[in-house]
Design a protein around this ligand. Structure first.
Ligand code: MG
Length: 454
């Protein structure tokens, strides 16, 4: 077998399809990411399996649609919150577990959001070490918004700090990452770098804020770009760039609007099953292996990372049914994706399904009704001609509608609300938050001075 590649997976939080220079942004400066794309392949039809954080991340880790692993919705909502009883079941096989079992050194730096109770932490899912936030950065104490216990910064399974300074946190993540790369330069290693940015609140370094052309949002994107450049430079310095596959993506689309983010020409935002919620940037670089300067328009998804990594590393997929497909041939220059369909789940409901060309919406939550009502719809969009989902062509393509309806029904029978292939989520017996507020403790002297969240 060929040498096992090092794998660096960079995942952003809420970075939209249109937020990078190489994806058309004219307001964010991303020279390092643009170079990464020029030296590798840029995918234009890559999807995350949910338009919100926890289901997206759990699905990516395990190669499964969220309902298959019980990550469709939780007792406290669509994502996990501090002290939620649910988490990623240790019965599931993550890509970290798969690679660790094949001899990789494994490290996660940054946001986890697949359960904050001890049995759900990254160290129980195949990561040797963990340094970062267990959930979103708006789940701490903020100005006018002290609804959560102090935001924990963790090392492995311990809280080492509360309410860490967000403006310097990305730099600390980079330091930790470089140390890990140096310590494991003989490889193989897996580094999963899960950014805090660009999730609200946007607390950014002053030196970037003054240079940004897009306010604090642009500064957060610059921090992501800088961090990528630092990892690339370290690979060069260590002489292991040619042995390393770097992947760059984001967990869900941008909220867009007033905050400065963009989903480009795509319709919808974070939290919706329109393209803007789930179609994300994916850049892949592996010199001499992944074609340089290529733009790939084939359909693929985060679900495919686990089986693809397993092929590249010669590692095991575990014994559970998954939804991911091995796209290693496509990654390495092949013409066609093995992925015939991709399904869009809104919590437990299958909202839409697409093939290589068409997307059929079959249902949609009505957020004007509480709890959210649901209406059946039939909207067909030709994504190749109309990626912005502006023109319903269902009446012109009844055979396509029928075929996609049948595919959706088949998947719904397996993974829908009463699906036969759903597996239970992990449940903690005595869940409790990782931190407690103590007004006298010096860590808690200051709340984050921005009230923005979400
Ligand atoms: Mg997110």
């Amino acid at each position: 077998m060929a040498r096992q590649p090092n794998i660096i997976l960079i995942n952003c939080d809420d970075l939209g399809f249109g937020d990078l220079g190489c994806y058309g942004s004219e307001v964010n400066d991303t020279p390092h990411l643009d170079r990464l794309a020029a030296e590798g392949t840029r995918f234009t039809e890559f999807y995350m399996a949910s338009p919100v954080c926890s289901p997206s991340r759990g699905a990516m880790m395990c190669g499964c649609y969220p309902p298959r692993i019980g990550f469709d919705k939780f007792t406290k909502g669509w994502v996990l919150f501090p002290g939620s009883p649910e988490g990623l079941s240790t019965q599931e096989t993550t890509f970290a577990r798969s690679l660790k079992d094949a001899g990789y050194a494994t490290q996660i730096v940054g946001k986890w959001h697949c359960g904050d109770q001890k049995e759900f932490l990254p160290t129980r899912h195949g990561f040797d070490h963990y340094y970062g936030l267990p959930y979103s950065n708006d789940m701490g104490r903020q100005k006018d918004r002290c609804i959560w216990p102090p935001l924990p910064l963790m090392r492995d399974e311990e809280v080492i700090e509360a309410q860490p300074d967000m403006a310097s946190l990305t730099q600390r993540y980079v330091e930790e990452s470089l140390r890990f790369m140096r310590d494991n330069k003989d490889g193989p290693f897996l580094l999963y770098f899960a950014h805090m940015y660009v999730h609200l609140p946007l607390i950014v370094p002053e030196h970037l804020a003054v240079r940004s052309r897009n306010g604090r949002y642009g500064a957060a994107v610059m921090a992501i770009d800088w961090a990528t450049g630092m990892l690339m430079a370290e690979l060069d310095r260590l002489g292991i760039a040619d042995d390393t596959l770097i992947l760059f993506t984001s967990d869900n689309g941008s909220k867009a609007g007033e905050w400065g983010g963009s989903n480009g020409e795509l319709r919808g935002t974070k939290g919706t099953t329109f393209e803007g919620g789930q179609r994300l940037p994916l850049i892949a670089r592996w010199p001499g292996k992944v074609p340089a300067g290529r733009v790939c328009e084939e359909l693929c998804a985060s679900l495919d990372l686990l089986p693809t990594f397993a092929t590249l590393a010669g590692s095991s997929l575990g014994d559970k049914q998954i939804d991911g497909l091995d796209v290693s041939e496509l990654l390495l220059g092949g013409d066609t994706s093995p992925r015939e369909y991709f399904a869009y789940f809104f919590q437990s409901d299958l909202d839409a399904i697409r093939d290589q060309r068409f997307k059929l919406h079959i249902g949609r939550a009505n957020r004007d009704v509480k709890p959210w009502g649901r209406e059946a719809i039939c909207e067909l969009y030709d994504l190749k001609a109309d990626p912005g989902e502006t023109s319903n062509v269902a009446a012109e393509h009844p055979e396509v509608v029928a075929r996609l309806q049948a595919a959706a029904a088949e998947l719904n029978a397996k993974l829908g609300p009463d699906g036969s292939e759903r597996r239970p989520v992990g449940m903690a017996s005595q869940p409790c938050p990782l931190t407690e507020y103590d007004e006298k403790h010096p860590y808690f002297a200051a709340e984050y001075d921005l009230s923005e969240a979400g």
